[in-house]
Design a protein around this ligand. Sequence first.
Ligand code: AMP
Ligand code: ZN
Length: 109
Amino acid sequence: MTDCIFCKIVAGEIPSKKAAETINVLAFYDIDPSAETHVLVIPKKHIETFLDLKKEHSNILSQMLRLTQQLIKSEKIDRKYKLVINGGEYQFVPHLHWHLLGGEVKKQV
Ligand code: AMP
Ligand code: ZN
């Protein structure tokens, strides 16, 4: 999607600090971290919200989950982490993502 900030990050048109990636998934550090570690995990394909996930996305979803597990280990946050998905009025960027927060949480996502 041309007007989507996260699609632009995937395309390299907007800079980001990459944490990890697979063929279908990108993880990058949040620009305004809410916790000591704050990574966003997104599908490279534009899927708007959590509710738009369908059976056909099962491969993408399993890559998102697997990459998140790997990040919890590589970021060394396995003793203190949480995953957050915002939706509706809580979701500011209309490209599916979840927040991986680790260590001390400073503010709500
Ligand atoms: P949400 O409210 O779930 O849509 O959260 C969107 C998140 O994207 C926020 O935590 C923002 O700080 C983060 N964000 C917005 N623009 C960028 C960007 N260019 N690079 C990294 N993170 C961003
Ligand atoms: Zn997008």
